[in-house]
Design a protein. Structure first.
Length: 215
């Protein structure tokens, strides 16, 4: 059975940097405490995710424990996408808007510095085809504190070419990369269960259901 997250609806829109907005209180935190292979991750690497949606945007808020040296850029670039961002500490969301085509999906990443990258991926041929020129219009924000990092995303529905309806279900997954070298950790909400770390496994996507405030 697929894992499922219910995404709460918000009637207001707010800046991506407003990670303390009261609207987040309506989004139940989803705890992620497993590596890609299903093994439990140590507490210092676990994270939670909250999701909200409005008429205009999808909001994603990651909150991670940070009990080890952080792996970030010393000179972050915030005005355009950062290639190879996945080689440092990041949180990610994959989303497939069409349940009938799970092998066509969007990847969004953000780092504790506020750096980001967005790409469209097509695996329908068996070979990964990545659109590096894809422009979602996403916004990102990062905040680093003692023992904790927070990252947020604000993605317009134009990024997907459609706006979800209440009750609609999209497919996807949530991830975190943390640490470096042989001790690097690859956490996944829905473990991909591959031999080596690999997030690009649509067959293991969970479900994201867009709910009404009264649900």
């Amino acid at each position: 059975m697929k894992l499922k997250i219910k995404i709460a609806r918000t009637e207001i829109d707010f800046p991506v940097s407003d990670i303390e907005n009261s609207a987040w209180e309506n989004a139940s935190p989803v705890a992620v405490d497993t590596y890609w292979n299903g093994d439990h991750a140590p507490i210092g690497r676990c994270f939670t995710v909250r999701l909200l949606w409005s008429d205009e945007y999808l909001y994603v808020l990651f909150k991670g424990d940070q009990q080890e040296p952080i792996v970030i850029s010393s000179s972050p670039q915030l005005t355009s996408k950062t290639m190879n961002l996945w080689d440092r500490d990041v949180c990610e969301i994959f989303l497939a808007p069409n349940k009938g085509q799970p092998r066509k999906y969007f990847e969004f990443e953000t780092a504790p510095t506020g750096e980001w990258i967005d790409v469209f991926i097509d695996l329908t041929t068996g070979t990964r085809i990545t659109d590096w020129e894809y422009e979602s219009g996403m916004e990102a924000f990062g905040n680093i504190e003692s023992g904790q990092v927070m990252m947020s995303m604000k993605i317009p529905w134009s990024a997907f070419g459609k706006t979800p309806l209440p009750g609609e279900v999209w497919l996807g997954n949530l991830f975190r990369c943390v640490g470096k070298d042989l001790d690097r950790g690859y956490l996944a909400w829905s473990p991909t269960m591959t031999e080596q770390p690999n997030f690009h496994v649509p067959e293991r996507f969970g479900e994201f259901e867009f709910t009404d405030p009264l649900d």
